[in-house]
Design a protein around this ligand. Sequence first.
Ligand code: ZN
Length: 471
Amino acid sequence: MPQRSGPKIWALLFVVLLLGVVGSVSYLGWRQSTPGVQAVATPPRFLGQKTAFTVVVEARGGNVAQVDVRVVQNTKSTSVVKQEGARGGRLELPVAVDSAALGLREGAATVEVWARDDFWRPLRRDDRAIAAYPVTVDLTPPKIEVLAATHYIAPGGSGLVAFRVTGAARADVTAGPLTFRSFAFGPADRGARVALIALPWDFDPAAPLTIRATDEAGNAAARGIPAELLPRKFPRDTIEIREPFLQAKVPELLPQRPPNQSLVDGFLVINRDLRRQAEEAKRRIGATSADKPLWEGPFVQPRNSKVFANFAELRTYVFGGHEIDRQVHFGYDLASTRQSAVPAANKGVVAFVEPLTIYGNTVVIDHGLGLQTLYAHLSSTAVKVGDAVAKGQEIGRTGSTGLAIGDHLHYEVLVNGVSVTPLEWWDAKWIRDRIGKPLKEAGLPEISGAEARDEDPASRPAPRASRRRGR
Ligand SMILES: [Zn+2]
C-alpha cells in the first residue's frame, strides 16, 4: 500500500504547485492589466483670456493619487493645476486658465491631463498623459458697434437697440438685471442685430443699459447704450376684497388647498405664489418669440372698451378694513359688454392658449423680436397655438376667469416676458419715433407701419399716464 501512494502524492503536489503558479500569474496579470485613471469629462474647444472648466477623472482600480492639468503650446508645457495625494475613485478638479499668465499666443494648443492611481501593479507604468485635447487659443474679444437706439425710454416702457457685432457667438442687451435677446436684422452682409428692450416699471435709473457679447472662447465685450431715461409716475389703487369673492374664487383657483386654510390665506397664496408662477410662465413664453417682426403699425384696442385699471398700478388689497396684501397690476383692464369679442391687437402667431393661474383663460400672441400681447380672464378662446392671426381678428370673448372681479379683458404688452405699458404700442407716432427712427438711423430696413417720418421732430415728449375710470 505505501509503495503505491508515492506517485499519487507527487501528482497532487504537482497539481497544487501548478494551480499556485497559474493563480499567481493570473493575479499578477489582473493587477498589471487593470486600466489606469481615465478622464471622463472633456474640456472646452477654446481657451479665451480666462477660461474655467472642470476636469473629471476616475480610477478603475484603487484611488486617484495625482492629477496634473497642463497646457502645451509650441513644445512649452505648463502645469495649470496639480493635485497630489488625492483620495477616492473619482475626482472633479476645477481648472482656471489665465492665458496671459501662461504666456499663451493665439492659435493651436493642447490641454493634457496627467493622472495616476495608487493601485499596485507588478511593473510600475511610466508617467504619461491620460488624455490630450486640442484647443484653439482665442484672445480677441468681440467688437460691438452701436448703430442706433431709442433716445428716450421711460420705466415701464419699450425701446429698440440696433448694433453690429463681430466675432461673437452670443449678443444680448441687459437692462439692470434683465436680459433681452437680440436678433439678426437686415442684410446678412451688414451683420446688424436689433433688440427690443423693456424697462420694468420699477427700473433703477442708476442701472446701466448695456450690449453684451461673448465669443466661443468666453471673451466678453460690453458697450453702454446712449439712451435718456424719462421719469414716469404710476397710479395707486385700493381693492376691497369681500367674502363672496373669496368664496367664488379661492376654491376655483386653489382646488388642492388644505382643509384648515382660511379663505384669506388661500387668497394670499393665489395673489402671491400663483401670481409669481404666472410671471415665470410669461418669461418662458417670451423666450419662444419669432426672430423677425410679425407686427405692422400700431396695436389696436377693443372697440368701445373703457379703461378701468392702468399699467403698473400699485394695488393695496383690503379685507374687513385691514390691508392684507400689495401687488402691482401689469396690464390694462378694458371693459365693455359681457362676453364681448376680443381682437388680436396686431398681426402675429398664437404662442399660448391655456388657463394661467390668476389670469384665467389666457391667450398670448407673438409679434416677433420678443414682442407679445397677452389677453386674460377670457370666457372662451377661438384660436390655438401656432395659428397665424390678423390684426383685429377675434381670438376669444371677455370673461371673469382667474382672479377677476367682473367681466373684462386684462390686456398686457410684453417684451421678452416683461410687461410694459400698452399706451406706447397703441400710439402710431410713438412707434414711428421710438422704433422706426432708430432703425432708419441705423440704415436698416424699416418695419412695415413703423416707418419714421422726416417731419417728426425728435422733440422730447412728456410721458403719459392716462387714467380714466369706469368704476
Ligand atoms: Zn387686470
